[in-house]
Design a protein around this ligand. Structure first.
Ligand SMILES: Cc1cc2nc3c(=O)[nH]c(=O)nc-3n(C[C@H](O)[C@H](O)[C@H](O)COP(=O)(O)O)c2cc1C
Length: 229
């Protein structure tokens, strides 16, 4: 299972076939997945499309609902775990997309987000068609080791991550938005940063370490954590 390879060809899938999926593959993958913050409990549930409220113009046959204890940084943990699932699904020709614009029919205080999924014959693309910030825009100096994070998906492609080199690795920050943008994006930003960390983890499986230290924010950015890759 080469998840790293998927980073360079994946895309959010918005065109699905109606074929059935073997959900035990998802259960098996998630039973061995690495969490970012092991202390935070989470769970998931798979719905058919008519069982959820969809506000996008497109739809998928299935939606995976994610729930979490709402402890500090739960969004980071959810992004980290379920982006690994998304890369795995991609590797077995199942397309997926994080969907902020969908919700459950019944309110649940632990609900975080839905991920659409289904078989698809339109799930991969050429590296040149990724629309992303330049490496120099996401770090204090250009570093090719950050390409996996650069290519990570994020809500409205906001790419809210910023990396600063340290003696041993990087500090990762998230962009501080103005009030209007913050209202819309803040809910998704932690998930986005968790997704970028997942890409760095699958690309550096043996050396990846993440820790939240007590560090200051920098201009325009909020400190999230420190990593070694
Ligand atoms: C937290 C989150 C929420 C998202 N919500 C939606 C959504 O509601 N509708 C949609 O079409 N795409 C959604 N996306 C997909 C992004 O638009 C997409 O990842 C981004 O534009 C980059 O494109 P790519 O994933 O194809 O590389 C979401 C992505 C993330 C990470």
């Amino acid at each position: 299972m080469d998840l790293e390879k998927q980073i360079y060809l994946r895309k959010s899938c918005r065109k699905y076939l109606d074929d059935e999926i073997d959900f035990t593959l998802i259960d098996d993958f998630l039973s061995n997945v690495k969490p970012l913050i092991p202390e935070i409990d989470y769970s998931y549930e798979i719905f058919a499309k008519n069982e959820v409220k969809i506000k996008t113009r497109w739809s998928a046959p299935y939606y995976l609902a994610i729930y979490s204890e709402k402890k500090e940084n739960y969004g980071l943990n959810i992004g980290f775990i379920f982006q690994q699932l998304s890369l795995y699904l991609q590797s077995i020709n199942i397309g997926s997309c994080w969907v902020g614009l969908a919700s459950l029919k019944e309110k649940n205080p632990e609900f975080v987000i839905l991920i659409s999924l289904g078989k698809s014959d339109d799930i991969s693309r050429d590296i040149d068609s990724f629309k992303r910030k330049k490496l120099i825009e996401i770090s204090d100096f250009e570093d090719e080791r950050l390409i996996p994070a650069q290519l990570a998906p994020s809500a409205v492609n906001s790419q809210p991550w910023y990396f600063k080199h340290t003696d041993t690795g990087f500090d990762i920050y998230k962009v501080k938005y103005n009030l209007v943008k913050r209202k819309i994006l803040s809910k998704w930003n932690d998930i986005d940063v968790g997704i970028a960390l997942a890409h760095l983890y699958v690309s550096n499986k043996d050396s990846f370490k993440f820790e939240i230290k007590n560090k200051e924010n920098i201009k325009g950015h909020t400190y999230v954590g420190s990593l070694i890759i």
